[in-house]
Design a protein around this ligand. Structure first.
Ligand code: GLN
Length: 210
């Protein structure tokens, strides 16, 4: 069962995409709901608002604990910001869940360009480039050693900027695949979740089941 953090942002689009892939997808608004899921999607929206709402609803620490405990999480746009260990161009008091060893710059593509679209090749996504929609998007300014860079912008002013990463079972993109009808990035995440669950089952001590 995959949860979609439903505090703010484009929750519905992620639910629909996950369901279309055959995954059981549910809303997560409370700590009990978080505790029940095998994985989580953190949608795009407004990361400062989402972080405040997470703190207010008692979800911030449970989210941090869940990530530290290995919960697979996919963060899109504001979701990427929430997963980042370090932020640039963020209010000094902006908190994150963290877990992803990256420095993320908010609204990185510039104030003149609120949104733009580009074709981005994503490692692990077969079938050609993904049509990436960026909306006041962040980029990954610096990625730690354990972070796989899955995609970069090609061409234009943002040439070479990192816009898709994975570290263990954490996946993050600067863009919004849930808005394009292209389910391949979600499929990559669902695959990551399945692999994670299989590994867990494989490494469970004997007799631990049930
Ligand atoms: N600029 C937003 C933020 O900093 C993210 C935008 C988005 O999720 N589309 O939270």
């Amino acid at each position: 069962m995959i949860g979609v953090l439903a505090l703010q942002g484009d929750v519905r689009e992620h639910l629909a995409t996950l369901s279309a892939l055959g995954a059981e997808a549910v809303l997560v608004r409370r700590p009990e709901e978080l505790a029940a899921v095998d994985a989580l999607v953190v949608p795009g929206g407004e990361s400062t608002t989402m972080a405040k709402l997470a703190a207010r609803s008692g979800l911030l620490q449970p989210l941090r604990d869940a990530v530290a405990g290995g919960l697979p999480v996919y963060g899109s746009c504001a979701g990427m910001i929430l997963l980042a260990d370090r932020l640039l161009d963020a209010p000094a008091d902006q908190v994150t869940v963290g877990g992803l060893d990256v420095t993320v710059r908010r609204n990185a593509f510039g104030r003149q360009v609120d949104s733009f679209e580009s074709q981005v090749e994503i490692d692990g996504v077969p079938g050609g480039p993904v049509h990436a929609v960026f909306i006041r998007a962040p980029w990954v300014e610096q990625a730690g050693e354990g972070v796989e860079v899955l995609g970069r912008v090609v061409g234009g002013a943002a040439d070479g900027r990192i816009v898709a990463v994975r570290q263990g079972s954490l996946v993050a993109t600067s863009f919004h695949p849930e808005l394009t009808g292209d389910r391949r990035v979600h499929a990559l995440f669902v695959d990551t979740v399945r692999r994670h669950l299989a590994e867990q089952a494989g490494s469970a001590p004997e007799g631990a089941a049930g």
